[in-house]
Design a protein around this ligand. Structure first.
Ligand SMILES: *Cc1c(COP(=O)(O)O)cnc(C)c1O
Length: 497
């Protein structure tokens, strides 16, 4: 199987090249030339297997230049070494008959980014040993919180890799900051910068594309690579858990083989929901894909009207990982829905860059609206949904998950659609203790610090805080440097030496 670019179909690379390079040279995203299929028999056979076997079999269909042994080794290191707190890796939690929550946060950082970032480092080292043998890979990340920590945990002590993370000093939550500054591992580096997330991101991009810096790295036999969410190596692990969820619903008797399901995804960069789309194209019977947004509702408008317009207010919300106005992975969906029309996709992306908006044609819009549904809610509705869901089911959602539950409840009431549903849950509620505690016990967070709130949430709900978050209280920070944005290049070389 080969990969091509969403903006230039004449490009043809192996999966190892697609993963090692991350993004295509002309700015397009790598996609497989065709989507492998699963028959119902294949799905029934996967249903009898554990998560690691399911993952290995699905990855083999996409990474055909990896040997089966290489894939099995990557998958076992990611999901088989006890770093996930559930044996099922991505378990379903049943709210009521036909309504299941897919818990994607059993990994080491308690957020769904672990599902991909525990596996990507291993895929990347195999991929680059094929395309750039002997080089040490240096991963640079600018983060507004979750991604940086998940990348640090994923790359920690992975042979032949180094990982350096920059975060805005005043732009992450106290819990997120502690998670990063206390990071363990011999190949990791963390540095705060004076500035906001955009400053961190721009600094990283500038370093990434600087030829002089690349040459200095080459002298050390090192090269940059990227772990960001447009890398195919982050998307492919996410397809697995949707197939796996369908298998689990068959196994539990909740659906009969072949029955359709709906899938609801709290969406930011469009990676997670795109993985659900791939699962459907592979053969998982899906009726509707429901895209849930917070107050940053650019995708809701797009799915309802076919017009994408990023020229709008940006809101900072209690579901920060969805505070995004440009959903990069949407480009891959446009490519697929337009019948792989690279010229059209390039035009739309160009318009987006120049004017901040574009409108898709009738063919793409009708394909989009026949499969996708969309909805959004604000912070007040999100908190109400956390409280209602806890009261009704004794189930505690984090803020991102609650957006999805609310959008699903609205959709069900509006449409009367009773198709069995999987709602993706993307973070443990203790990662966002303040907003969640505020939702279940309004007013209680007054004057409390982060760990008071963790305790408060435990007392109020009876839920336990994951150890790795609770333990942060007593950990000493290892990384205390905060640099000016002009000094990021120096910080990179200091951390590498
Ligand atoms: C990253 C993230 C999302 C958004 O996922 P996308 O793939 O970017 O759409 C949702 N919730 C949480 C907790 C996240 O960390």
């Amino acid at each position: 199987m080969f990969y091509t670019s969403t903006r230039d179909r004449s490009i043809r690379v192996s999966s190892a090249q697609a993963i090692a390079h991350g993004i295509s040279a002309e700015g397009g995203l790598f996609v497989p030339e065709e989507i492998p299929k699963l028959t119902l028999d294949d799905i029934l056979s996967l249903a009898k297997c554990d998560y690691i076997t399911r993952a290995g079999r699905i990855l083999r269909l996409y990474l055909t230049d990896f040997t089966p042994e290489e894939i099995d080794s990557c998958v076992s290191k990611a999901y088989g070494s006890g770093k996930f707190s559930s044996e099922k890796i991505a378990p379903l939690h049943k709210l009521e008959d036909g309504v299941d929550i897919l818990e994607l946060w059993k990994g080491p950082t308690c957020a769904f980014k672990d599902m991909a970032l525990q596996l990507l480092p291993h895929l990347l080292t195999v991929a680059s040993s094929k395309s750039e043998p002997g080089k040490q890979i240096v991963i640079l990340v600018a983060t507004s919180g979750d991604t940086g920590k998940a990348a640090l945990e994923g790359f920690r002590d992975v042979a032949n890799t180094r990982i350096l993370v920059f975060y805005p000093n005043d732009g992450v939550s106290p819990m997120q900051k502690l998670q990063m500054t206390t990071q363990e591992g011999a190949n990791v580096g963390v540095c705060a910068i004076e500035g906001n997330f955009d400053d961190a991101q721009n600094g990283v991009k500038a370093i990434f594309t600087d030829k002089g810096i690349a040459a200095k790295l080459a002298e050390k036999n090192m090269m940059f690579s990227s772990a960001n969410s447009i890398n195919w190596g982050r998307l492919v692990p996410q397809i697995v858990y949707y197939v796996s969820a369908y298998c689990d619903m068959i196994e539990s008797g909740e659906i009969a083989p072949g029955d359709k399901i709906n899938i609801v995804v709290p969406t930011g960069n469009f990676g997670n929901i795109l993985a659900a789309y791939y699962a459907r194209e592979m053969g998982v019977p899906v009726n509707k894909l429901i895209c849930a947004s917070n107050a940053n509702d650019v995708l809701t408008e797009f799915i309802r009207t076919g017009r994408y317009n990023r020229v709008r207010s940006f809101y900072t919300t209690i579901s920060p990982s969805m505070d995004i106005l440009i959903s990069s992975n949407l480009e891959r969906l446009l490519f697929l829905l337009s019948g792989m029309d690279d010229r059209l996709v390039a035009e739309w992306m160009d318009e987006l860059k120049k004017t901040g908006e574009y409108e898709v044609n009738g063919e793409v819009f009708s394909a989009l609206s026949s499969l996708f549904e969309a909805g959004c809610c604000d912070d007040k509705q999100t908190k109400e949904c956390i409280a209602d869901t806890f009261e009704k089911y004794k189930y505690l959602c984090d803020t991102h998950t609650a957006v999805a539950v609310k959008v699903y409840n609205d959709y069900r009431a509006r449409s009367g659609d009773e198709t069995p549903v999987v709602i993706a849950s993307t973070a443990n509620p203790f990662k966002f203790s303040k907003a969640v505690l505020d939702a279940v016990s309004p007013g209680m967070t007054e004057g409390m610090d982060e760990f008071d709130m963790v305790l408060g949430l435990h007392v109020e709900t009876g839920e336990d805080c994951p150890e790795q978050l609770a333990n942060l209280r007593d950990k000493k920070p290892r990384f205390t440097r905060c640099c000016k944005k002009e000094d990021m290049e120096q910080a990179v070389f200091d951390m590498l030496s």
